[in-house]
Design a protein around this ligand. Sequence first.
Ligand code: PGA
Length: 249
Amino acid sequence: MARRKLIAGNWKMNMTREAAVALIKELIPLVQTEESDVALCVPAIDIIPCVDAVQNTNIKIGAQNMYFEEKGAFTGEIAPDMLTSTGVEYVILGHSERRGYFAETDETVNKKVLKAFEHGLTPIICCGESLEQRQQGITLDLIRMQIKIAFGSVDAENAKKAVVAYEPIWAIGTGVTASTEQAQEVCKGIRDCLAELYGSEVAEEIRILYGGSVSASNAADLFAQSDIDGGLVGGASLKADFGKIVNYK
Ligand code: PGA
């Protein structure tokens, strides 16, 4: 079974409500495609106007984080059913910025992944190494650990629906992209790890994205790699270039 590509934008902490709706209107005609799934992961407060703005288009709206409890005294957090009730389908979990600035750990990522599946949300599970870790030669060891912990207690039926995003930290927002060989090598390593956990049939169904300075000029080469099923796009998803990345061929 050929995996369908997913091109997901990660707007991070950008775009007021008005700017968000204006950008979506600009992007709608540019990201039309039958070939890939298209999602925009927007700031929580922009979700509702963005879901409205993408009605009857091929764009799906995602969130950038979520908490692992159902409800209660967790000031500032967002519950999974708050996302699903607005029409959100995807949620980014364990982005390196969440890990680095907000103390997200592999263990909290795992709790969130389990909770996302419980609510029918598709998690986009992020993993990736720092430059120092790459130079130490521990990239694959580290990624395999992140993947194994993130998928802890996730059954095969849910695992199939997961999306993994390999995002080398040194490539995020730096303009330095991993080479196609580096990106493919790690994405293949992730699939091998998933095959060890679930068998190759399940692993073949899981979509693995590359993220880190994806642009209109490098998307085609990256997405042509056999284990890269699309991209998680930060900076370039905030402009019309995102349309070129979606229609990368
Ligand atoms: P970037 O961000 O495309 O701006 O490098 C990617 C990401 O952090 O998801």
